[in-house]
Ligand binder design. Sequence first.
Ligand code: HEM
Length: 569
Amino acid sequence: MEWLHRICPVTNMKVCRQAETLLKWNAVTAIVHLLIGLIAAVLLVLTRWQAVHLLPVTWFYRILTAHGLNMLIFFIIFFEMAVLYYAGPILLNCRQPAPKAGWLGYALMLLGATMTNAFVFAGKADVLFTSYTPLRAHPAYYFGIILFAVGALIQVALFFATVVVAKREKTVSGTIPLVSFGALTAAIIAVITLIHGAMVYIPTFLWSMDLMDMDHQAYRMVWWALGHCSQQINVAAHVAIWYLLAAFTVGGVVLNEKVSRLAFFLYILFISMASAHHLLVDPGLSPAWKVWNTSYAMYLAVLASMVHGFTVPGGIEMGQRLRGFNQGRFQWLTRAPWGDPGFSALWLSLVIFGFGGGITGVVIGTEQINIIAHNTLRIPGHFHMTVVGGTALAFMGVTYYLLPLIFRRRVAFYKLAQIQPYLFGVGITLMGLSMTYAGTFGVPRRHWDISFTQSAFSVKLPTIVDLFMAGTALGGVMAFLGGIAFVAIAVVSVFFTRPLSNEDLLSGGPGLPPGISKMPKQSWSEEEAAEAHKTGTPGTVTLVVIFFICFILYYFANWKVLAALWKVG
Ligand code: HEM
């Protein structure tokens, strides 16, 4: 079948025009919501920093609601739709099925997001993004989220249709590429997530109009089946991007296809169970239910991330060694393209997600330890290192490649783009760690005034907390500046630079990441591969050992703190 496409001069693959346009609109809309979320973010850190304490109480909760929604739901999910168009028709080299349905899905998402935001900013939905009942928002708030979810479901369905088209029209032979397989995992989890979304938001919408009763414990349980599964969409999507960026930036190889695919598959099987770790202090659920869900089963999903945490850096190491950076244990790393924003974002995302988000997540997801972490700043400390340092940073990194490949534009302010991932990554790490330490000393999350002025009773927090809150603010402002730099680079590149011809793309020059003008070699002969396998990946093995030492120390320290607080016998 003939369809409108162009041939990409860098990848030599067909790029379906319809998919390309849908991808662009979803990505640009994602960045608009990122901007709203970023403005909200800086207002929040400057309020939580008691020395500034910027917003009045009502606006703190209104802006917190807006921040959670615009970042975690609207920015991330619009961007994931763009990822699905890339991993779908573009990587599978096929046409976009039913593009009109794609536009319908996009329009519903945009309408839903705008409606929800309008009601939040009008002060009709100060319920935070979890909207735990019995807090009640205007019915239009829930309806907006339902519209958004239906739109997302339509676009996800189109991704499945694309895989069928690619197979039927034989544009891919054998199994689909690993990056598309990762996206397929994300899409399957998205369906599970959206079904739970319907199960929780449709009744809540009816309840908000007094048309039915609500069981508040049941709400929390079903809401987290939505809330946590959606995090796994993020993880599957950003891991797929890690593999893609590794290939683009250093010719990273896939160490073992079957192992990587199995790890993606584990996410689908076990991630819903991990939702239970959000309910560990809820009184209505039995300890047996909590322990079962948050131990054996949850660790199989953690195992999946640990597998990727080895295979991605291992693939980078192997790719670099094949390219000749073979000396010692770490030449592959010291000679990596640190000035390529695609590579630095990939590496920082990997390290912040693994060391920061991963270790803290497993520890606070342990039933006993959760009792000293629940509802403290440790929780946002943890998830800013997973979904911001991990997912958002990976999305930023891939944007530096999508700008020339899909938007056909040079990356504007390239020097700024080269430092942007460091500014954002270091900022979010400083903020995440400071929040984690502040939370360890008892600072609550979602709290407007930790000096407890005018409250009926007060809690005296140790003085060291002031230092950690200042670190939270400093890191937050750095990350905010890094985020704004990213938005400025993306907007100026897309709207204020001239389109590139095929020759421009291949001739290099300012504003083009090195992987575009000179894509690293992607395939090697059997002899070359066999030679590289003799050395293996000793550098990655060393990094993994360091990871486990940090993990064990942090786990032990937490049990020690628990034992000191809670003497048994
Ligand atoms: C410049 C970057 C960012 C900064 C400075 C920042 C800062 C903050 C702060 C200070 C809070 C309030 C914590 C509390 O009081 O409990 C917060 C909450 C939150 N942030 Fe961010 N954030 C940033 C980026 C992001 C991104 C990219 C996402 C998601 C992709 C995100 C998701 C959330 C969520 C879900 C909450 C919890 C909202 C709630 O408790 O209802 N943040 N953030």
